[in-house]
Design a protein around this ligand. Sequence first.
Ligand SMILES: [Zn+2]
Length: 132
Amino acid sequence: MSAPVQNEQALGRPAALSDDSGSGGARRQALFRALNEEIRTIADGFAADEPLELVCECERAGCFARFSVSHQAYESVRRFPTRFLIRLEHRSGDERVVEKTTGYAVVEKVGPGAQTAILLDRSNGRAEARRS
Ligand SMILES: [Zn+2]
């Protein structure tokens, strides 16, 4: 029987391993979310009825995919700290698709990633928003 050994190995793995990649991705997402907030703030000053040119909020390092999102759609996503705007094909395992459009998808973090997203939203996102 090899299954118990595999389980033991999985449990024996230092939490830091999964935690590392997890928080790195989550931090990236929080950063890009803050960036999109900035884009929105700037866009509001110019043409509020033009769609927003946002960057992909996926966990992939080095992803700079862009897509257009209407202000209304953006606002409705930002109401949830666990939701992100990404390219559908960039979805990671702990993200559930909430909505699909031609240019992008709205995903919701599930599991431990959701808590991280909420924490990072409080520490980064909200502070950024309050400043303006
Ligand atoms: Zn991406």
